[in-house]
Design a protein around this ligand. Structure first.
Ligand SMILES: [Ca+2]
Length: 350
């Protein structure tokens, strides 16, 4: 693993030669077969939140500036667009990104709600732009805290949206409220016929503030969730499932709720984005300042990487290159930024 100083000084290059540089620079380090090395793909981001890919190009959202950036192979960033209507406040702002069939989907906090919009992506790499917005869903409760905000397309082609309780704890148990839920929508915004509740976008409920969703190769869905004071959670999401909040936090052994498969103290976790590789679930942790690795063949165990080395981590994504991309989160006012923060890192496990 690169020493922190070496990492901070590393040049922002993503190219085939970068892999050779990583390997060479680590040759003198103690042998480690499992800990990946890192390379900065880009530096100097301002409170970034989400990474998504369009035709191999990495797109990054910035929460407070409301900018969508594209990252070039040379590590330079270019502003694709500023999303109209974003009203950053507290944890709210421009949050999750997802790309589906040539469109960019954005989840963001507006003046009095959270909503999801989609826009056509036009142009070539290095000159991307966005078309006019179409609303996918609006009226999701917003607040200074607990806005959820992760969006992703499932293997069924549907859009999944994680929403926080927006400070109204009891709303997480109210099927008629959009807060404290994972929602499932057609890409155009309609409600799929096979959703668990009639004429409702609600897919699962009883969530406090889920910010990570991902699927394994068999189609199982996983979600990370911030607990209040005691337990952060990793859940396996089932259609129509009740995940307990606010009546339960963490493993409750209550037949009325689906327990998390694993839980952690918020000091060691505070999980946001997650990704599934061939063998593991990767979880980016904010306060815990680590990447957690949960093996798919034993969801009750985990190992940790980069503990305290990179600061707070907001997102982790498997890129079209097969590599794991990690987004730091040290510039949003809660972290202690180092020179170069915030950054996108590319992990190389070889
Ligand atoms: Ca729960």
């Amino acid at each position: 693993m690169l020493a922190k100083s070496a990492l901070r000084a590393s040049t922002a290059v993503v190219a085939a030669s970068a892999v050779a540089l990583i390997v060479a620079s680590c040759a003198a380090e103690p042998a480690s077969v499992s800990a990946p090395t890192t390379e900065s793909v880009v530096e100097g981001l301002d409170a970034p939140w989400s990474i998504a890919f369009h035709d191999g190009v990495a797109l990054v959202s910035e929460r407070d500036s409301a900018r969508v950036l594209e990252i070039a192979d040379d590590g330079e960033t270019r502003e694709v667009a500023v999303i109209d209507g974003v009203a950053p406040a507290g944890e709210g702002g421009l949050l999750g990104l997802a790309v589906h069939e040539g469109e960019l989907f954005t989840y963001f906090t507006a003046d009095d709600e959270n909503r999801v919009e989609r826009r056509e992506i036009t142009g070539e790499a290095g000159d991307l732009s966005l078309g006019e917005p179409t609303t996918v869903i609006d009226g999701i409760p917003a607040a200074g805290n607990h806005n959820g905000g992760r969006i992703a397309f499932g293997p069924d082609g549907m859009l999944y949206v994680s929403t926080g309780d927006a400070g109204d704890r009891d709303s997480a148990q109210d099927i008629d409220a959009l807060s404290g839920k994972i929602l499932r929508l057609a890409p155009e915004g309609g409600i799929p016929d096979d959703n668990p509740f009639d004429d409702s976008p609600v897919y699962s409920y009883g969530h406090r503030n889920p910010q990570g969703i991902a699927w394994d190769a068999e189609g199982a869905m996983y979600a990370s969730e911030f607990g209040q004071d005691t337990w952060d959670e990793l859940n396996v999401i089932e259609s129509g499932g009740n995940y307990g909040w606010p009546d339960a936090e963490g493993i409750a052994d209550d037949d009325d709720f689906i327990d998390p498969v694993q839980q952690w103290s918020p000091d060691d976790a505070s999980p946001s984005g997650i990704a599934v590789t061939g063998s593991d679930i990767l979880i980016a942790n904010l306060r815990g300042e680590r990447l957690r690795v949960v093996p798919l063949d034993d969801l009750t165990t985990s190992t940790e990487q980069f503990v305290g080395e990179l600061g707070r981590l907001r997102d982790v994504v498997t890129g079209p290159d097969g590599a794991t991309w990690v987004l730091t989160n040290n510039t949003d006012g809660r972290g202690s930024p180092s020179p170069g923060d915030d950054r996108v890192l590319r992990l190389d496990s070889d």
